[in-house]
Design a protein around this ligand. Structure first.
Ligand code: GUN
Length: 291
């Protein structure tokens, strides 16, 4: 069993971006600038956004964090996005999801200028991605592809089973793994809460991507010997013995599944770190394309 070390690979990606950003600065150009919008004070969203801002600092990007109270009017948020769209010195915009129920995620995503949509959630970017055209790829699936590629994991002709069909992870992941690319060319099955005989399908999988948000959902009896298992889950589970009061749990019962795998991602230290690295790559790309 081999660990897919997301922390290590993410660091390599960040080091490369930092070096490229230093070169930009030396050439008198501006650093890439990411604007992150956070609505409300959901604990997990606070943590993710703080990590994104911190990573910008680490690699020499400019970042702006814009915060709104949870009861902000939808129009106020949309106006702020429009303002950021117009700002020449802002290259990438992300609005952390989920949003409070009174705000339409669809309207928010559609309002972000496609060329600044470094999350790759805008229909224009999703459409381009589906057609294999250059586009911003959603950060989590992009991070998974970078990890597979770093470890030279063969995907061609393999059966990949993706569990979860969210717009952010499962659906784009399934499309990317099926494409005629070096990290694609899989036969893909996408499973969700209405899938019958899930175990029958996962037992056929050479590659499993678990992205459903249910701690320890994937157990050893669902995994065939030698499979590659990618755990996208990051659920906070209460644990009064911890200082923070919770622990982060993946979707995979790691201890029992790992011995059966050829490769597996840990949680934490797997896909989470790669998501931020991929977002940073998209932000660099945005700055280059807008130059
Ligand atoms: N919420 C969970 N994952 C993401 C992500 O990749 N981007 C944004 N904006 N919100 C998220």
């Amino acid at each position: 069993m081999n660990i897919l070390d997301g922390k290590l690979v993410a660091q390599a990606v960040k080091d490369e971006l930092k070096a490229k950003t230093e070169l930009l600065k030396k050439a008198g150009k501006s650093s890439p600038h990411l604007a992150a919008v956070l609505v409300g004070n959901d604990g997990a969203s606070e943590t993710y956004v703080a990590a994104k801002v911190k990573t910008c600092e680490e690699i020499g990007y400019i970042s702006t964090l814009i915060r709104f109270d949870a009861d902000v009017e939808e129009d106020v948020l949309l106006d702020k996005i429009r303002e950021l769209n117009e700002k020449k010195d802002v290259n990438g915009i992300l609005v952390q999801l989920p949003l409070p129920r009174h705000i339409s995620e669809e309207k928010v995503i559609n309002t972000i200028a496609a060329e600044k949509d470094v999350d790759g959630f805008h229909p224009s970017n999703i459409g381009k991605m589906v057609q294999g055209q250059p586009a911003y790829i959603p950060a989590t699936p992009y991070g998974v592809l970078l990890l597979l590629s770093h470890y030279n994991i063969e995907t061609k002709g393999k059966h990949a089973v993706v569990i979860g069909r969210s717009n952010i992870v499962g659906r784009p992941m399934s499309i990317l793994l099926s494409q005629n690319t070096p990290t694609g060319n899989c036969t893909v099955t996408i499973c969700h809460s209405h899938t019958h005989n899930l175990k029958e399908l996962t037992l056929q999988a050479d590659i499993i991507v678990a992205a459903l948000g249910k701690p320890a959902f994937l157990t050893a009896d669902m995994v065939k010997e030698g499979a590659v298992v990618i755990d996208v889950g990051i659920t906070r589970v209460e644990d009064p013995t911890k200082k923070k009061g919770y622990v982060i749990k993946g979707d995979v019962a790691f201890d029992e599944v790992a011995p059966k795998c050829s490769y597996i991602t840990p949680v934490p230290g797997g896909v989470g770190a790669m998501t931020i690295a991929a977002l940073m790559k998209n932000t660099y790309l945005a700055a280059s394309l807008q130059e």
